[in-house]
Design a binder for this molecule. Structure first.
Ligand SMILES: [Zn+2]
Length: 705
């Protein structure tokens, strides 16, 4: 406690005083003498510029006709639409996915396009991909875990084999297209510039081997007791986004920045071995061809049930009862509207349970599905589908009701990954089926998280290849409330949201600001992309704006940007507009810097009120608490005061108190009670990185000589 001054007077009066309600007034006397120069934190005052934490955010691009000053889509907002028809086959002997797709690209941009860029995410597994070449040398010793996850050198060259790229004209005539590769992107030249409101069709044929461990890490296969599980994602050439902010968004796929894609309609036919069960984005449109009569009847039961119903029971896995008659490959056909991607999973090992969900009795049915191998029981059948339901409820309340017809959760090698209407989650019991209670929380939280990604960024479709916090952060924030709703007794330490859980990270020197592109967040990706934004939003909701103002603004942001592409400034501006609070200091400090909060209580002083004002009308004492900001952030200031009579009071001051002087603040008020103890930020809300200087205690009386 450096520089602590302990001035305590008139302690003896306490016992004699009654305790009327404490009257509290901000210091109204003479202002402190003006300090030399502006008292700004983090300022280089030689620059003679405005460096206040409260200043307008010059970092935000000016509003325009596409994006308004209140953070909404502007009157001329536009975005592209890209539709896909895909036929694909899974060869389980070679683990190869072969596909043929037709891309119909609708140009809504106010300019002509001479070419279309496609994302080839699988090409991250080419031997000479930039991600491969950027791999740092191994350390001298590798942990067993690192060894287990080494990129397999024995596997054939990963990535795509592209066998056909053709342009298709309006009459259906096909001509070979000129195309050009640049890393994980491919440019396809169009026959003629594509005007506004025109569409172009491109056909691409391709194949790749689903890796066991790819750099991508998201579309992989795994062999479990009953056979191979295939999680097929980022699996077909997909149009890159063309928008008003980036033009073509050509950020390479390095693995960490996920993906930014256009909305469109999908018609996907997936041919797999007869004994496989498939789950995918969209609705199954040919259940009569791929499901048994019993399974279709069970699905109807499931839609009316409020507990999960088995569609494929554990004892039916890999038996004739689980599949329609015959033995040739089966084609599962799924259609999805207004989605920004498509993923699927296939295995003969799946148990399948399902249940219906409706926001109101009698309203639109939302199907909820879980598929998992028997290795995942008895955990998955107990937790997965109920956790999907929790996501529907919590995210529906805080953002908007789930607009899609179904949500699926798939167990396999991917620990947690999201695609429209389908999530991959990895929590698995021990081989003997036992597990700790904490694994139940792990599966519930990862399910809430991954299914929750349908809202952010699958529907509120931010640019996640650039801004991890906009999807992971917003989603982790809602996951926090989803977890609390799922079980009020949720073990707190695992949670992303409470301020005290972020303290260690806020002390680390390797931090980068949240406004750092996803692939430049080199350390602490989870803390940066997930925990810090989630914690900041919890803070904003619970203590800075209040739940009512925050929730309204957050819902408004979510609904304005459904099926659209918001940018960071659109989020900040939406919150500021909806809550009526600019909070520049918060957006700047929390999102654009790595400064931490360290509020230090440097003195507590009590003065006889009569000495100060000539009377005791306002109270017998005047207390002064001096707080210095030793970090770089301004934050609200909370005190918990314990009085001599043992009563406690919490004083909550807004961050505005730092407006005139960001370095120190003296709070003063009248009271009839003497002060025994003062604690700054008593509920650990503001991620104070040094709590040693947050407490003041009245010194014990000196013993008589
Ligand atoms: Zn996530």
């Amino acid at each position: 406690m450096p520089g602590m001054i302990r001035v305590v007077r008139f302690v003896a009066l306490i016992g004699a005083l009654a305790a009327p309600p404490a009257s509290r007034l901000l210091a109204q006397g003479a202002p402190p003498s003006p300090p030399q120069g502006p008292r700004w934190l983090n300022a280089d005052t030689s620059k003679k510029t405005n460096q206040s934490n409260f200043r307008t955010l010059e970092e935000w691009p000016a509003p325009n006709e596409y994006r308004t000053g209140s953070g909404g889509p502007g009157p001329k907002y536009w975005q592209q639409k890209v539709d896909y028809v895909i036929r694909t086959t899974l060869d389980t002997a070679a683990h190869r996915v072969t596909g043929s797709e037709r891309i119909t690209y609708h140009n809504n941009a106010p300019e002509k396009l001479g070419y279309i860029w496609l994302q080839l995410d699988q090409d991250i597994d080419q031997k000479d991909s930039r991600a491969a070449l950027s791999q740092r040398a191994f350390a001298r010793q590798l942990s067993p875990q690192t060894r287990a996850f080494l990129f397999p050198e024995t596997e054939a060259q990963g990535g795509y084999t592209i066998t056909r790229v053709q342009l298709v004209d309006a009459t259906g005539k096909k001509t070979d297209a000129k195309y050009y590769h640049n890393g994980t992107q491919m440019r396809v030249d169009l026959a003629a510039p594509l005007g506004t409101a025109q569409a172009a069709m491109v056909d691409v044929d391709w194949s790749y081997v689903v890796p066991e461990r790819g750099r991508n890490g998201r579309g992989v296969r795994e062999k479990v007791k009953d056979g191979w599980l295939y999680e097929v994602a980022q699996w077909f050439p997909r149009a890159a986004v063309y928008d008003d902010v980036n033009g073509w968004q050509n950020v390479q796929f390095y693995g960490q920045g996920e993906f930014y894609l256009e909305f469109g309609d999908y018609d996907v036919s997936i041919t797999v071995p007869h004994d496989h069960i498939v789950r995918a984005t969209g609705s199954l449109v040919n259940p009569g061809e791929v499901l048994t009569g019993t399974q279709r009847a069970r699905l109807l039961q499931a839609w009316a049930s409020d507990t999960p119903v088995f569609i494929v029971k554990a004892e039916e896995v890999m038996t004739a009862a689980a599949r329609p008659a015959g033995n040739g490959p089966l084609t599962w056909r799924f259609k999805a509207q207004n989605v920004r991607d498509f993923a699927w999973a296939s295995s003969k090992a799946y148990v399948w349970d399902a249940m219906g969900f409706r926001y109101k009795p009698g309203s639109r049915l939302i199907e909820m599905h879980s598929v998992y191998p028997r290795d995942a029981m008895p955990l998955w059948n107990r937790v997965s589908t109920l956790a999907i339901r929790q996501t529907m409820l919590t995210y529906g309340r805080m953002a908007f009701e789930y607009p899609y017809p179904q949500a699926s959760n798939v167990h396999g090698p991917v620990f947690g990954m999201e695609y429209p209407m389908i999530a991959f989650c990895g929590a698995r019991p021990r081989p003997d089926g036992t597990y700790e209670k904490s694994l139940e929380y792990s599966l519930a939280s990862v399910t809430i998280h991954e299914v929750g990604h349908n809202w952010f960024p699958m529907i509120v479709a931010s640019d996640e290849r650039k801004w991890t916090w906009m999807d992971e952060g917003l989603n982790s924030f809602l996951e926090y409330y989803g977890s609390l709703d799922y079980d009020k007794a949720w073990p707190q330490p695992i949670m992303r949201g409470p301020g005290k859980n972020l303290t260690a990270y806020m002390k680390t020197p390797s931090q980068v600001p949240l406004m750092t592109e996803s692939d430049a967040i080199f350390a602490n990706f989870g803390n940066n992309g997930y925990s810090k934004p989630a914690t900041g939003l919890v803070m904003l909701r619970e203590t800075i704006l209040g739940a009512e103002a925050f929730d309204r603004a957050f819902r408004e942001y979510s609904q304005k940007w459904m099926f659209k592409h918001p940018q960071p400034q659109d989020f900040f501006r939406s919150l500021a507009a909806g809550a009526g609070e600019q909070a520049n200091w918060f957006w700047r400090g929390w999102f654009y810097t790595t400064y931490a909060n360290d509020q230090a209580l440097t003195s507590v002083e009590t003065q006889d009120a009569k000495e100060l004002t000539g009377d005791t009308k306002r109270g017998s004492f005047y207390h002064r608490f001096r707080v210095e900001q030793l970090g770089g952030l301004v934050m609200p200031l909370h005190f918990r005061v314990t009085y001599d009579d043992g009563t406690e009071e919490t004083i909550r001051l807004p961050a505005d108190i730092w407006r005139n002087n960001e370095k120190d603040f003296v709070y003063g008020y009248f009271s009839n009670k003497g002060v025994q103890q003062v604690v700054v930020d008593p509920n650990e809300l503001f991620v104070d990185i040094n709590r040693e200087n947050n407490v003041w205690k009245k010194p014990l009386p000196r013993p008589l000589p």
